[in-house]
Every structure is written in structure tokens, then in C-alpha cells.
Design a binder for this molecule. Structure first.
Ligand SMILES: NC(=O)c1ccc[n+]([C@@H]2O[C@H](COP(=O)([O-])OP(=O)(O)OC[C@H]3O[C@@H](n4cnc5c(N)ncnc54)[C@H](OP(=O)(O)O)[C@@H]3O)[C@@H](O)[C@H]2O)c1
Length: 263
């Protein structure tokens, strides 16, 4: 089967392409680096010829609301328009567990941008679910690979403050496996959630991530700190009971990845 992966050169996309190829599919990585740009439409008609399945794991160049909203609105509209013309039978998009909750939260004064990003992701999901193309939306939790970015966004001097909310993060490899599995299955015309094998408190997750990298910042749990400047309650970031769980533990992932990050 020919499967086009929009954002197929990115963190998740490159892994999705490899996994689909391992299963014998013709997976094409489509992104500006390979001459396909969903924002402008460049290369879309050509790459979608003869494709029945499209996976969208692209990302906005910024968390800024205006930039992210323009990216996910325009790129998704183009993808759906060209996909419909090419006879695509299944579109799969990757989004985030809790997108709807995070998009509706009150932003703190300090940082409004991440809520705007989730509003943009919600727009992407809305456009896809309203299109005539059968679809599946994969909601993944935070990637292990994202732990330093969470810490950096919550740092003041040498102190990191995050809310003690629950989080069930997962390895990018497990995210890619869930996306690839969903792509070759029948469209569900809805959302499937996937998450890591264990829950943590956000402060504990960040602390373990920093310690493994020999990063000396001190992490505090602070209920007012939120997540990227957005208020969160205990369960805002975690999935419901039916999430598909990945296999890779944070401990195993750290053992493999942290030495490279420290080196
Ligand atoms: N971070 C998290 O914890 C998390 C959790 C759940 C879900 N997600 C979602 O996961 C998705 C993928 O994230 P990621 O970290 O894998 O992203 P990434 O590594 O930043 O990769 C982004 C990809 O999008 C491509 N792209 C950018 N602009 C494009 C355009 N105009 N047309 C076509 N492709 C374009 C890039 O292509 P080039 O290489 O050519 O620039 C790249 O292949 C995102 O949608 C995000 O919302 C993230």
C-alpha cells in the first residue's frame, strides 16, 4: 500500500515511515525538505497520486497562537482538498491527549501561547472530522523526548516549577507504532488515545528527566505553576480508561537516551 506521511521527516514522522516500510508498505516522507508543502500546496497533487492513506504528523513552526492557527487551518484545508481530489480513503492525524481541555483552559498572565497552540490543534481536528474523507485521530500523551522542553518552559533561574498534575508520557517510538497501526487499520471516524505504561506527577517526571541528564536545576511542585502557563487539574493531561498503552518505560528510555544527551 502507498502511504504518504506528511511531516515524514520529523521526530514521529521518520519513525512512522520506517515502521510502515518494515511492514512492507510503500511509505513516502512528504515535507518541505522533500518538496511537499501543505501550507502552499506545493507538491501535494503529485505525491498524493495513487495514495489511499495519508498520515499527518506535521507540526507548526511555533507555539504562537496566530502562527499555529494559520498553520493547522491552511495546511489541513489544503491536505483535505488535494486528498479528496486524489481519492484518499483514510486520513490519520496525530494530536494530543487533552487538546480540548487545554484549549479551553484559562491562560495564566505569564504565558498564553500554549493554549493557542491547542486551539489550533482543535481546529485541525475539527476540519478533519468535518471532511468527507474517512479519518482517525490519534491522541498521544507528551513524548519522553519533550521532557527538557517542559522543564525549559517552566524555569526561572535554576528553579523549575510545574503543577503536580498527573502525566502518562510515552516514547516517540511507541507514538509512531500507534500511528502506523492506526493508519493501516479501518478508519474509526473518531479519536483513539495512546499513552505510556506508567503515570507520574509532572514534577516527578521532569525531576527524573533532569537528573538523568545531570542537569542541576531544582524542580518544585507548585499548583499555581500549570503546564506551559496553562492551568491544569489533576487529570487534564491523562487519557481515559481505554487508551492503548506503549511498552517503553521512562526508566528504559532514560537509560538509552540520557547518556547521549549528557555526552
Ligand atoms: N511534543 C509532544 O509531546 C506531542 C504529544 C502529542 C502529540 N504531538 C503532535 O505530534 C506531531 C508531530 O510532532 P513532532 O515532534 O514529530 O514534529 P517535528 O519533529 O517538529 O516535525 C515536524 C514535521 O512537520 C513538517 N512540516 C513543517 N512544515 C510543513 C509544511 N508546511 N508542509 C509539510 N510538512 C511540514 C516538518 O518538515 P521539514 O523537516 O521539512 O521541516 C517535519 O517533518 C505534532 O502535530 C504535535 O502536535 C506532540
Amino acid at each position: 500500500m502507498k502511504i504518504v506521511v506528511i511531516g515524514g521527516t520529523g521526530l514521529i514522522g521518520s519513525k512512522v515511515v520506517s515502521k510502515l516500510r518494515e511492514h512492507g508498505h510503500e511509505a513516502i516522507a512528504a515535507s518541505p525538505n522533500t518538496g511537499v508543502n501543505t501550507l502552499t500546496g506545493e507538491g501535494l497533487a503529485e505525491v498524493l497520486k495513487g495514495t489511499s492513506i495519508v498520515v499527518d504528523v506535521s507540526n507548526s513552526p511555533s507555539f504562537d497562537e496566530a502562527i499555529a492557527l494559520n498553520f493547522f487551518t491552511t495546511a489541513t484545508q489544503n491536505l483535505l482538498q488535494y486528498g479528496l481530489a486524489a481519492g484518499v480513503q483514510h486520513i490519520v492525524a496525530l494530536s494530543v491527549v487533552g487538546t480540548d481541555r487545554l484549549a479551553r483552559r484559562r491562560p495564566s498572565d505569564a504565558e498564553k501561547t500554549v493554549r493557542g497552540y491547542f486551539r489550533a490543534k482543535l481546529m485541525q481536528e475539527k476540519l478533519i472530522s468535518e471532511s468527507p474523507i474517512p479519518f482517525s485521530i490519534v491522541h498521544a500523551t507528551q513524548f519522553f523526548e519533550f521532557v527538557k522542553s517542559i522543564a525549559d518552559a517552566s524555569t526561572n533561574g535554576s528553579v523549575v516549577r510545574v503543577a503536580p498534575a498527573l502525566i502518562q508520557p510515552m516514547a516517540a517510538d511507541d507514538v509512531a507504532a500507534a500511528v502506523a497501526r492506526t493508519a493501516i487499520a479501518k478508519p474509526i471516524n473518531g479519536i483513539v488515545e495512546c499513552a505510556g505504561p506508567q503515570q507520574f506527577r509532572l514534577d516527578e517526571f521532569v525531576r527524573q528527566g533532569l537528573v538523568a541528564r545531570k542537569d542541576s536545576r531544582t524542580v518544585f511542585a507548585d499548583s499555581n505553576a500549570g503546564y506551559f502557563g496553562v492551568e491544569v487539574d489533576e487529570r487534564t493531561l491523562v487519557p481515559g480508561d481505554n487508551a492503548q498503552l506503549g511498552e517503553i518505560t521512562f526508566k528504559a528510555w532514560l537509560a538509552q537516551s540520557a547518556p547521549a544527551a549528557v555526552a
